[in-house]
Write a new protein. Structure first.
Length: 188
């Protein structure tokens, strides 16, 4: 549920001092790392904490796409596509991150073959995880997906509210609570 990428984090942890343009930044809970509709100027590699990636619809509804943790990359779609951000990424806990400006990132990509390989693997993993999640949500009933979420360790979910879990499943908080009561009743 909370996506991580140790290989990408290891690369930046080892290379941090080699690249003088890589900065460290700290995001506090509730602070936006990426803002929907903004021009992407930075890529971030999360050193820790938890962030949620979500879309705010015009009707006021929120849909959480993913939860990101240790080693995940954010901002890459906007930088590589030279587009406005289609989602928000917001810190749920304190999130330390490596920050790399767009132009500097392109320069290092031209020189560092190892980074290219690690980055391609990270993007492929992200794409695969997204496809698997979408497939599960389409193929299985809500009750199954909710039970899978409840099986996660409390360490993973302790910072995630019921409202965020409902948004992650693409349902209302009311539907989430109703389904939880049904599951509790059936499991007794």
């Amino acid at each position: 549920m909370i996506r991580t990428n140790n290989e990408l984090l290891d690369y930046f942890s080892k290379s941090f001092r080699k690249f003088e343009f890589v900065k460290r930044k700290q995001f506090d809970p509730g602070e936006k790392i990426i803002t929907q509709g903004s021009r992407g100027q930075f890529i971030y590699i999360l050193e820790g904490g938890i962030a949620k990636c979500y879309i705010e619809e015009e009707n006021g509804k929120t849909f959480i796409q993913e939860f990101f943790g240790l080693g995940e990359i954010v901002g890459e779609i906007e930088v590589f596509g030279d587009t406005l951000s289609f989602s928000n990424v917001e810190a749920m806990t304190k999130v330390p991150a490596y920050q790399i400006a767009k132009d500097d990132f392109y320069k290092v990509l031209k020189k560092e073959n190892e980074l290219n390989i690690v980055l391609i693997k990270a993007l492929a993993k992200k794409l695969r995880d997204t496809a698997v999640r979408a497939s599960r949500q389409q193929s299985y009933p809500l009750e199954y997906n909710l039970k899978k979420l409840l099986q996660l360790s409390s360490n993973e979910t302790k910072h995630i509210s019921k409202n965020d879990l409902a948004s992650y499943l693409g349902i209302s908080l009311r539907s989430f609570n109703r389904k939880m009561k049904e599951i509790e009743k059936n499991d007794l």
